[in-house]
Design a protein around this ligand. Structure first.
Ligand SMILES: NC(=O)c1ccc[n+]([C@@H]2O[C@H](COP(=O)([O-])OP(=O)(O)OC[C@H]3O[C@@H](n4cnc5c(N)ncnc54)[C@H](O)[C@@H]3O)[C@@H](O)[C@H]2O)c1
Length: 368
């Protein structure tokens, strides 16, 4: 049954992350999930049934539907743009999982294709729209730490092969900790410090192969194709900078760390790969930090799809835009290239400043 005013959404890719999207998108009133597609038709059918979606099948069947306006692309990174172009050619807007593309040309081509057709491409992560990070962004915007100047981010884990049942793609071209997890951290940095201008980096690889730790392929050994550690220095102009490490080779897990330091204080943000969490504010002259619990409605993955749908409807600009994703990709590729070349890399792309969401923003609400 179609909800009045809801935008029809289809999903491509019924794998691991699709459950989080389906859980939320089937609850958010401004959208209605009408089709789940996958190369594996049985998997698509299973997911559709699990979440009460009326139809499932092939990508072609999904793209032929005239009651679907936005397609959520949850395929693996290697085919994100190929699937994205097919979605656009069918006259539908794209929400893509990250990274938006594997290289700058592919990202630019996808955005140009969308623009030429009067369609939009938006991209994960939408964790940055969560109440946790947004509470911190509102604190920074109102001047709680003065002018933000520097940041430190840390993502250190042993590696996802222990829990992901098909982790090969996470160690292949287009992934690794830099491209798989970097988008959460670097997107948050762009929201706080603006556009990056130059990067420097060093990389290493601790082991040439890994062993799958769970699921039907447990025990299988697969090759590591990319560095599993990057240490980066990111410049944002006018002295603003961030030191960031992205690692799948730490026995001691320490991740989710984002600290921003300003002229008047320091704020520690919640995990940028989560939607909630408390920030901690330290200011000069105060002995005790102030806790800033997340304010406003809580929600999860799929919130960016609703922001996209409402922006299309109201003629605004979605916050998790393709332009932001392409700039973040440009920075991540710059980090990769700087580490490979042993030289700093200039970042040529830039984005407009992104305003925090109002405190009451709620993707579950019925609007318009
Ligand atoms: N797993 C996570 O925790 C997680 C978290 C955040 C984001 N992501 C991102 O989500 C995306 C998917 O990750 P995942 O873990 O769900 O992967 P997955 O391998 O579990 O699922 C991917 C699905 O896409 C399907 N697929 C692949 N190519 C296709 C094509 N050309 N047409 C139709 N279907 C196709 C596969 O059959 C599979 O069912 C990736 O971009 C990843 O970076 C994953």
């Amino acid at each position: 049954m179609s909800r009045p005013g809801a935008t029809g959404v289809g999903i491509v890719g019924a794998g691991n992350i699709s459950t989080q999207y389906l859980e939320n998108l089937t609850r958010f009133a401004d959208v209605e999930v009408r089709f789940v597609a996958d190369l594996d038709l049985a998997r698509a059918a299973e997911r559709a049934q699990e979440y009460g979606v009326a139809a499932s099948g092939s990508v072609d069947e999904l793209l032929a539907r005239d009651d679907v306006d936005v397609v959520v692309n949850l395929t693996v990174p290697a085919v994100h743009t190929e699937v994205g172009h097919r979605i656009l050619a069918a006259g539908k807007h794209v929400w893509s999982e990250k990274p938006v593309a594997l290289d700058r040309d592919a990202a630019a081509a996808l955005l140009a294709d969308a623009e030429a057709r009067g369609l939009r491409v938006a991209c994960a992560p939408d964790t940055v729209l969560g109440a946790g990070i947004q509470t911190a962004l509102r604190a920074i915007a109102r001047g709680d730490i003065g002018e933000p100047l520097t940041a430190t981010t840390m993502f250190h884990v042993p590696g996802p092969e222990s829990w992901h049942p098909s982790p090969d793609f996470l160690f292949a071209h287009g992934a690794g900790p830099l491209f798989d997890m970097g988008p959460y951290y670097v997107t948050t940095l762009v929201h706080v410090l603006g556009s990056a201008t130059r990067v420097q980096a060093v990389a290493s690889t601790s082991r040439q192969s890994r062993t799958i730790g769970s699921g039907p392929r447990a025990g299988e050994v697969f090759p590591v194709e990319v560095p599993t550690h990057h240490a980066a220095l990111i410049e944002f102009g006018e002295g603003r900078s961030a030191q960031s490490t992205f690692s799948f080779q730490h026995a001691l897990p320490r991740s989710g760390f984002v600290e921003v330091n300003g002229t008047e204080g320091t704020i520690v943000l919640p995990d940028p790969n989560g939607f909630d969490g408390t920030s901690t504010l330290w200011t000069y002259g105060s002995d005790e930090p102030t806790a800033l619990p997340a304010t406003g409605p809580g929600f999860g993955r799929g919130a960016g799809v609703v922001d996209l749908v409402r922006s299309i409807r109201d003629g605004g600009t979605e916050r998790a835009s393709g332009a932001v994703a392409a700039h973040v990709l440009d920075i991540l590729l710059g980090i990769r290239d700087a580490a490979e070349a042993g030289q700093p890399v200039k970042i040529d792309s830039a984005v407009d400043p992104i305003a925090p969401l109002p405190e009451g923003w709620d993707p579950a609400a019925a609007t318009g």
